[in-house]
Design a protein. Sequence first.
Length: 573
Amino acid sequence: MTTNSIESWRPTISGSHYAVSSGHALATAAAMRVLDRGGNAVDAGVTAAMALSILQPDVVSFAGVAPTLVYMRDTGRVTSLEGLGYWPAATDVGKLRAIGGATIPEGILQQVIPAAPATHIEALRRFGTISFEEAVTPAFELARDGFYMYPVLRDVLEQHAADIDRYPENAAVFRPGGTTLPVGARLRQTNLAKTLWRLVEAERAATGDRASRLRAVHDCFYKGPIARDIANFHERLGGFMRLEDLADFEVPVSSGISSSYHNLQIHSCDVWCQGIVLHEALKILEGFDLSQYRHNQPAYLHLIAQALELAFADREAYVGDPKFVDVPTEELLSEEYAARQRMRIDPRRAPRAAAPGLLRSRSQRLNQPTAGSGPVPPPPDTIYACVVDKFGNAYSATPSDTMYNTPMIDGMGLAISPRGMQSRLEEGHPCSVAPGKRPRLTPTPAIALENKRLRLVWGTPGGDIQCQAMLQALLNIVQFKMPIQRAIESPRIGTYGYPSSFPPNHVLLGRLCIESRIPEKIRRAMQAYGYDVEVWPEASWLAGSVCAIWNDWDQGLLNAGADPRRGAYAMAW
């Protein structure tokens, strides 16, 4: 009997009808329930996203953000639902500076308009087939009935115990009696269940067709009783949000941005999020013959790290809400610019910090970032879900928002998006605060097409690691021909030589994090390039948690993978 080495801890999950991969097994199961009943990818994806807001309340809020991409087979097009809210009209930048100094203060003042509910409703209306009640029922049941307190959630709640205890509703839900529930206890969120049911009742009471009933759900949240509760809460606590801000909100719908990488067309959300980093890094790498490089050897890792550093330098200098900032997107993704950026990579050494690649006075006005020290800090986090259905449609979304750094609304179990933390108080910065302006978002789902046919849906949580983990997983699949689960599990690196997306926005000059499964001799070689190497555990959750579905046309199969670095799970049929 021959014993083969294990290439991955889990098998690739494959089915001929549909597939789901998400950050939690129960969210994946909820999506599969919808698909089993005949729902499409968007129905199942919205169901999973709302379930994740219950199952992973430390990193996802039902009233948070939800950047979403949808591919419909009959049109061959990818649509972006821009699930990110903006700063309220009454936002006072002077007040933010007075309280926060150089960074956005925690608490109610960092809350922006909640975009996730509108995004889910609009996705169902435009592309789905089921009712809001059908889609939200798994989330409602999980909130009402509870679920198993798993170790990662328990650890995060305990880590942020002092933060949670600052706010009455947060503490009552997640640290009842002043203690964090033990692993295996049942965690219930009954107040949030009641809030979800108010939306179901609004749909049930509405008349007219399916679209009219979905509009009634939207109006209940943004114009009706829930909106009034949110506005009253802000007025009572000195926040900026008012009823008019909520009533005016509609989720923008666009085509997002795209670029080619060899025979693939990569799609992401527009430059109100950081997806352009993935595009730009891939465009730089496209000009190298990667077949001449060995996987995860020093020269290959150096090339990846430098392409990412150049892209992140441009993110810092140019990228922000395109309604307020003239982002040179076309130039950043052009073949000519990629060629110039390629020439800036020294194959023998790593510079301490990359500079922006375009000569723009705007980038020259930015303050020099503050250098940080110590290990890379855990970022405020997020989660991901993707679905492909039997019709060939796809859903890719990265819902997010934390609850330990902002007050939840009393009696509602609801944390309004604190994503304002990703804005800056530096005047002239592309991410500077302004009423009506969106922060620059880290969550960034992606879809890859080939000849207008779906090839790959993928994404990950992880703040600034997202584009990095997604790039490495993609190259593992298309360049090194790994099965999708092995491509996801393969050891990763992360570079941090640029200002963090999160306060205090420090830069860790030359920092390269390397999972310990990459041999020590390679880590030493990276130090010889000039990197400040930090060693992560063998499968660090800081390296992201990629979920992905690969459409294998030749075999007629959907191959799904989920990252064991966290609690992600994939299922297929």
